[in-house]
Ligand binder design. Structure first.
Ligand SMILES: NC(=O)C1=CN([C@@H]2O[C@H](COP(=O)(O)OP(=O)(O)OC[C@H]3O[C@@H](n4cnc5c(N)ncnc54)[C@H](OP(=O)(O)O)[C@@H]3O)[C@@H](O)[C@H]2O)C=CC1
Ligand SMILES: CC1=C(/C=C/C(C)=C/C=C/C(C)=C/C=O)C(C)(C)CCC1
Length: 302
């Protein structure tokens, strides 16, 4: 009997690592996972977490989503190039005032979060279409649906991939290929650590002192509060993704954190967009300390 072949990008840490381990450790051993990462020197955490599934239901491969040759070589290395489930997880964040970020850094975000996903899909999708079967999963974000201040370019990259997937999902339905988006809110991974480091390091050249103050002294503390109060674990996201893979008719959009549903609902409740923009403004600039106290009380009593 052959098992569904699952390929996951960005498995050296965080969500990708936990997805790979959870699927490889499936009690009924239903999956064979190809856990990929761009630098195999970073494999130790994954190998340790995989335990005795390593070499059995989990194997490792090199794959850099920003490199055509690397993507092709990885897929060519799989027997019959057969991938049943492609999980596009690799991604990078970027925060800060737009005027202080070099265009090259912004392009890297799009190259990874947008073109990286498309590069993978272009390599794997034609065979899925021929076989009339397969499941493509894209780890997007709540920021693919609702922008968050000072995350302008990151949110744009996730909006872009959401738009791309909305178009493609319709065509793929004709070929019996499923496309699903996973939309997490804040998750405690290296993503969060890198964000905090980046804010500390960023001197924000080109941004005026007021903007730097709003970024570092208003946005950052509120953002940390949100992470502390609403943050999920990478295992929560892996669990949700496993459910999506195993559903008889998987949903297209999958918000992993129900606490974010009101934020998305607000966007669709007012088609002019003013409600969301003013609500976010109010939450950030007028309710920062109230939000801080409320979120902390929520944590203490939960
Ligand atoms: N954490 C969060 O709050 C949220 C995260 N997400 C999304 O979840 C996904 C996973 O992020 P998360 O686990 O949190 O963060 P991590 O930083 O822990 O993991 C990101 C992974 O992507 C890999 N990666 C980056 N660039 C490339 C590349 N060019 N080719 C292959 N792999 C690459 C990293 O590899 P390396 O070790 O080599 O850098 C790492 O394995 C991302 O798409 C992110 O946008 C969505 C919502 C919230
Ligand atoms: C909700 C909210 C905020 C922050 C949200 C954050 C920080 C979300 C992070 C999401 C992530 C990390 C997604 C990754 O893809 C603010 C602006 C502090 C105040 C207003 C309400």
């Amino acid at each position: 009997m052959s098992f569904p072949m699952v390929l996951i990008t960005g498995c050296s840490s965080g969500i990708g690592l936990r997805m790979a381990v959870m699927l490889a450790k499936d009690e009924q051993k239903r999956y064979h996972v190809i856990a990929t990462m761009r630098d195999l020197k970073r494999k130790d955490k994954l190998v340790e977490a995989a335990g005795d599934t390593y070499g059995k239901t989990l194997s490792l491969a090199v794959l850099d989503v920003c490199n055509d040759e690397s993507v092709k070589q990885c897929i060519d290395g799989i027997k019959d190039r057969h991938v049943d489930v492609l999980i596009n997880n690799a991604g990078i964040g970027l925060v800060g005032p737009v005027e202080s970020i070099p265009i090259e850094e912004m392009k890297k975000v799009f190259e990874t979060n947008f073109f990286g996903v498309i590069r993978m899909i272009k390599e794997v999708m034609p065979d899925m279409k021929k076989r009339r079967g397969g499941h493509i999963i894209v780890v997007s974000s709540v920021m693919g649906l609702q922008g968050v201040v000072f995350n302008d370019v990151y949110a744009a990259s996730k909006f872009a991939i959401e738009g791309f997937c909305e178009c493609l999902a319709v065509q793929l339905l004709k070929f019996n290929v499923t496309l699903s988006l996973i939309e997490p809110g804040p998750v405690h991974t290296e993503f969060e650590v890198k964000m905090i480091e980046e804010v500390k390091k960023r001197e924000c050249p080109g941004a005026d002192p007021d903007t730097v103050h709003y970024f570092k002294d208003v946005y950052l503390p509120s953002s940390l509060d949100i992470f502390e109060a609403l943050g999920q674990t990478p295992d929560d996201i892996a669990k949700c993704t496993k459910k999506v893979i195993e559903a008889s008719s998987p949903r297209f959009r999958n918000l992993t954190n129900p606490l974010y549903s009101p934020i998305v609902a607000m966007k669709y409740a007012d088609e002019t967009g003013s409600l969301s923009i003013h609500a976010f403004y109010h939450m950030l600039f007028n309710m920062g300390s109230l939000m801080h106290n409320t979120l902390h009380r929520m944590l203490v009593y939960s």
